[in-house]
Write a protein that binds this ligand. Structure first.
Ligand code: GLA
Length: 731
């Protein structure tokens, strides 16, 4: 009996989560509080507060006086309900909608219990269990808080025990409410080669929706993230901002609704478009993670929250190193053979990069991949072109002292391929209409487990034959067209969701079998960049547009959410009017690579690149793992500047770019950030063209952090496309 009691006590101490019955559930990071209130009688659950951390929990009770907290009684149950469903008292966009077995379309969720689990010193999980008391439908709201990084990650889980399947037509990951005199939304929209363009608008009564219906390569027109400025447009260094993103690479939807009381409601989740989902009894529908932060010091700080969190918790090998590389896509397109590739490997060696990356065009025999219109699906090496296969290329790379990486696009199928001849029912396409092709290809039906096995096999075969392959570039060039899954038959409504879940399943399997294999996420550029995929990928290709001027804006845009080490930037021949130095300097602020024939460069340019690679490798720990400070915006000036500082504040790297300065423009000095005011720092311009000296004032001198942060450095010039890289070292 004693023993039983002791073990009961021990279990109680170590594994039972804290179950509390209090009126308020506090979900917090170091600087943010999300306070959820359970109305004592009705047990309806409300967002009572979201914002700056509150000092006194004892004052929470005052939060229940406001309408937001909802009070008892039928009419006044309206309020900021955390998971409002359609058919209840709220007249605005619901987070959840269902049709029950009896045809009824309402739900009202009430509190059942909640648990708080401390995952470690920094991470806490809060799970709130809700239940409809009329129908057997349950919703679990899950919150993970990352204390130091001030990030909250939240999602929902939905299940039921009705007799037959129910249909859910809304299934948000999160619903948040804000109260402010005005709301300004910054979106990141564009298209191929113009990704993540930032634009801001004031939100007025009614809805603004950011969403995609593309299915795959889903973020081609708009990225799955947003910023909201409370009271004023989001700014870099000041003001309260909310940054949010959905970890889902399929159709997403963010709804921003300003209601009759001028409050803002933000609903984030899978886009329910054409996706009424049939949920079987006891099946658990898990929504994607919605991840957000709030900063009262502008977007610069909020982005750093995301960067640090991603490196610490979400990004594949977030703390690990990254490989510099030479890619052959821009350099050769489909036009290469073994000799040319071996030549390029020699150029990789000359540059001093870590790896050679073989791009599109290496596969297919019945239909060799000589152009973008054929062969996807036939992942056997083209014998005519590469008679000695991939193992030979891996060997040649080794001889050149570089690693070998390879491009695949395994979720796709070409209408001219052996795969479609063998498995016509594996492609997503309509059985009774003329197909419509995007980039002359179709999307494989990833809702079909057999197709998932095939796609996993594409990677597995390459890796089994070539265990030394050191990198994969995983492309996805087409949205889903001709929406019909031969596999799902009468359940076409589930295609968008099940397809995407199938894709993620394969990502997971690949990652489980090859946990140390670095992988680049690519979708015709930045058409896929979300924090679910990035659990399985070390980095993503921001854009096919490598014109350094365009890249300054694109990289500025993506840096709002993603750390530099996840953002691939290559030096190419796009915009040859700019110097090689400008192109290198722009790539160097992210994860640098090359995609250019160096034998076409002058000897001086080659030497410059060699030196730049060596410097980059030396400074990678600061650029890729340091804190990023965006100092001067290309959207607001004719210049751009960004810097990185290590945690100890002993080393920093500053980048500055003159884009299109005006005649006689007064250039302002750039005030640095993230340094120690009391430390002395040596300033040194690096990445100079060989034989040229720096003409920057203060070069080679030593200044205090205080001076550099208050007075700054005169790094800008009035020349078009000039740039500088400054190394800053504490003495
Ligand atoms: C996409 C990618 C490019 C390249 C080509 C190959 O467009 O974004 O980098 O790999 O496919 O076809």
């Amino acid at each position: 009996m004693k023993k039983f009691f002791l073990s009961f006590l021990l279990i109680g101490l170590f594994s039972l989560p804290l179950i509390s019955q209090s009126e308020f559930i506090r979900i917090s990071t170091d600087d943010i509080d999300l306070v959820i209130r359970v109305a004592p009688q009705s047990k309806r659950v409300y967002q009572a507060y979201l914002g700056d951390k509150l000092m006194n929990e004892s004052e929470f009770k005052a939060l229940s006086f406001s309408l937001k907290g909802g009070s008892e009684g039928s009419v006044s149950a309206r309020g900021w309900e955390v998971y409002p469903a359609s058919g209840a008292e709220d007249f605005f966009e619901p987070a959840f909608a269902i049709q029950h077995n009896d045809g009824n379309m309402t739900s009202i969720f009430r509190y059942v219990s909640h648990e708080v689990n401390k995952i470690d010193d920094n991470v806490t999980e809060t799970v709130i269990n809700l239940k409809d008391d009329v129908y057997p439908v349950n919703v679990k709201l899950v919150y993970h808080t990352f204390g130091k990084e001030n990030i909250i990650k939240t999602w929902t889980e939905i299940n039921h025990t009705e007799k037959k399947p129910v249909t859910i037509s809304r299934y948000a990951s999160s619903m948040l409410y804000f109260e402010s005199p005005a709301y300004y939304l910054t979106e990141f929209s564009g298209d191929w080669a113009m990704e993540a363009r930032m634009s801001t608008q004031q939100l007025q009564f009614g809805k603004k929706i950011l969403e995609t219906k593309l299915g795959s390569r889903a973020a081609m027109h708009v990225s799955p993230f947003f910023q909201v400025g409370l009271g004023q447009p989001a700014q870099e260094q000041q003001g309260t901002v909310v940054l949010g993103t959905l970890a889902w690479s399929g159709n997403f939807q963010f709804t921003f609704e300003v209601d009759n009381s001028s409050n803002l409601r933000i609903i984030s989740g899978i886009n329910p478009y054409a996706s009424n989902y049939e949920l079987k009894p006891k099946e658990n529908f898990v929504t994607p993670e919605f991840i957000f932060t709030i900063s009262k010091d502008g977007t610069s700080k909020a982005s750093r929250n995301f960067h640090t969190w991603a490196r610490n918790y979400q990004l594949k090998d977030g703390k690990g190193d990254r490989l510099t590389l030479l890619n052959n896509w821009e350099a050769t397109q489909f036009n290469f053979d073994e000799d040319k590739l071996v030549d390029i490997m020699g150029e990789a060696r000359m540059l001093g990069v870590d790896m050679f990356l073989l791009d599109d065009g290496w596969f297919g025999n019945k239909y060799p991949r000589e152009k973008a219109t054929t062969t996807l699906g036939d992942w056997d090496v083209t014998k005519d072109k590469l008679p000695h296969g991939i193992p030979f290329l891996v060997e040649k790379a080794k001889e050149n002292g570089v690693k070998f990486g390879i491009w695949i696009e395994p979720e796709m199928i070409s209408p001219e391929s052996e795969l479609i001849e063998k498995h016509p029912d594996w492609a997503i396409r309509l059985p009774n209409r003329e197909p419509y092709y995007y980039r002359s290809q179709l999307v494989l039906d990833m809702s079909n487990p057999k197709v998932q096995d095939f796609v996993f096999g594409v990677v597995d075969n390459i890796m089994s034959e070539n265990p030394d392959v050191a990198f994969l570039k995983w492309d996805c060039n087409s949205p889903i067209t001709n929406i019909y899954s031969p596999y799902l038959k009468t359940k076409q409504n589930q295609l968008y969701i099940d397809h995407n879940r199938g894709v993620v399943n394969v990502f997971k399997r690949v990652n489980e079998k090859y946990p140390d294999l670095p992988m680049m996420l690519c979708a015709g550029g930045g058409g896929r960049c979300d924090y679910e995929s990035l659990k399985y990928f070390t980095e993503f290709w921001c854009s096919d547009n490598t014109d350094p001027i365009e890249r300054i804006y694109i990289q500025w845009g993506f840096s709002q959410f993603f750390p530099a080490k996840s953002m691939d930037a290559h030096v190419t021949s796009w915009n040859r009017r700019t110097s090689i130095k400008f192109r290198v300097d722009v790539a160097m602020m992210c994860k640098m690579g090359f995609d250019i024939r160096t034998h076409e460069m002058s000897e001086t340019d080659q030497k410059f690149c060699q030196q730049a690679v060596a410097d980059y490798k030396r400074l990678k720990p600061v650029i890729l793992d340091g804190d990023q400070y965006r100092l001067v915006s290309p959207y607001e000036t004719n210049h751009m500047s960004v810097m990185y500082a290590n945690e100890e504040k002993t080393k920093a790297v500053l980048f500055s770019y003159d884009i299109h300065p005006r005649m006689g423009e007064k250039t302002m000095s750039v005030k640095l950030q993230g340094l120690d005011p009391d430390k002395k720092y040596k300033i040194e311009e690096i990445n100079l063209i060989p034989e040229r000296k720096s003409n920057m004032r203060g070069n080679g001198e030593t200044f205090s952090g205080d001076f550099l942060m208050k007075i700054g450095l005169n790094v800008f010039t009035t020349g078009q496309t000039n740039s500088r890289v400054i190394e800053i070292t504490a003495e």
